[in-house]
Design a protein. Structure first.
Length: 172
């Protein structure tokens, strides 16, 4: 109740004091305290410094956001390209497997046993009972036809020599 009584009993000098405190009755003391304190001035706050700082912060935040979107976009592109690469790798493995199967089929189709079997089945060919080898006689070196020995020891003959060989083979 004392606080209520003091609030109601305010005077003009007590209006400047904090609520609930009685005003001091010693005005000399207030004057003495005012003389020992330095005089204070109200200084206008610099407006440009916070605006520049705010602009730098906004630009830095925008740069960070753009950078994060760029990283996310590059990650998406990387994932898409990896997916394409995996698909191409799968297709390449499939093509290699198909190629290996086809090579095996070609090897089977080209085998001598299969060729002989198909020749006998489709064309009616038969294997010979006896195989005769014919050795051609060497041509005389004094003949006017061109005869030359190669480095491998084989003899090259002209058309005239082949006529003689054919005639000899036909006579047998």
């Amino acid at each position: 109740m004392v606080a209520t009584a003091n609030r109601g009993a305010r005077t003009r000098s007590s209006a400047l004091t904090a609520p609930g405190r009685p005003a001091t009755s010693n005005p000399g003391r207030n004057r003495q305290a005012a003389e020992t304190r330095p005089k204070l001035k109200v200084v206008a706050t610099p407006v440009a410094v916070p605006r520049v700082r705010r602009a730098v912060v906004v630009v830095a935040l925008l740069f960070g956001v753009v950078l994060l979107f760029g990283v996310a976009a590059s990650h998406v592109v990387l994932a898409q390209n990896q997916s394409k690469l995996d698909s191409l790798d799968k297709r390449a493995r499939s093509a290699q497997a198909t190629y290996a199967k086809l090579r095996y089929q070609v090897a089977e189709l080209e085998s001598p046993e299969r060729v002989v079997a198909e020749a006998q089945r489709r064309l009616g060919m038969v294997s010979p009972v006896e195989v005769t080898y014919v050795n051609a006689p060497p041509a005389p070196a004094s003949n006017g036809d061109a005869v030359a020995a190669t480095a491998g020891g084989t003899v090259e003959t002209s058309a005239g020599d082949w006529r003689r060989v054919k005639a000899e083979l036909a006579g047998r």
